[in-house]
Design a protein around this ligand. Structure first.
Ligand code: ZN
Length: 170
């Protein structure tokens, strides 16, 4: 998202050269640049010792397709902290180990998704009210249950990353 007005004082911004970045919205009252903004989010594939994945369904997103735990990183938090918090909040689980799964640009919502793979023992879920259903899904069935692959979808790339990590460990 590109700022048109200063979020602090409301002045209409002008374009001003900022080094290699070219013209960047600038507030002449506050004397500062307002670079384009986007949200930073985490998405966490949680797997257990039986090669099953914690998949959730949120009817506000889809009544058909399953996804992984995801959420916004809040100011002051690291991506790792946000990943652990979201897994705890949405599933009631605390992963023993987190591995970084790379970043993915989700253009629909201008979000930079930080992918993680969380490993935990199989336990029952304690769901938040944001989650309608959760299931331990065998990895072999996961691809057919999740949102279909398309550019910007993080689910499949993260699944393949998980398979890579598993292959390295065995
Ligand atoms: Zn201003």
């Amino acid at each position: 998202m590109r700022y048109l007005y200063c979020p602090k004082c409301g002045t209409k911004l002008i374009g001003k050269a900022a080094g290699d970045n070219g013209d960047v919205p600038f507030c002449t009252s506050c004397n500062r640049y307002w670079f384009d903004r986007f949200s930073c989010c985490v998405i966490v594939l949680v797997a257990n010792e039986y090669n099953e994945l914690a998949m959730i369904r949120q009817y506000r997103l889809s009544e058909r397709y399953w996804t992984y735990v995801a959420g916004f990183i809040t100011p002051g938090e690291t991506a790792e902290e946000a990943a652990r918090r979201e897994v705890k909040e949405e599933l009631g689980l605390e992963p023993d180990r987190l591995e970084y799964g790379g970043t993915y640009w989700f253009s629909d919502h201008e979000q930079l998704m930080h992918g993680f793979i969380g490993f935990t023992r199989k336990k029952d879920f304690v769901l938040s009210s944001e989650v309608n259903e959760a299931e331990w899904v065998p990895a072999s069935e996961a691809l057919s249950k999740m949102f279909p692959a398309r550019p910007g979808n993080t689910l499949q790339p993260l699944f393949h990353k998980y398979e890579e990590i598993r292959a390295q460990k065995s």
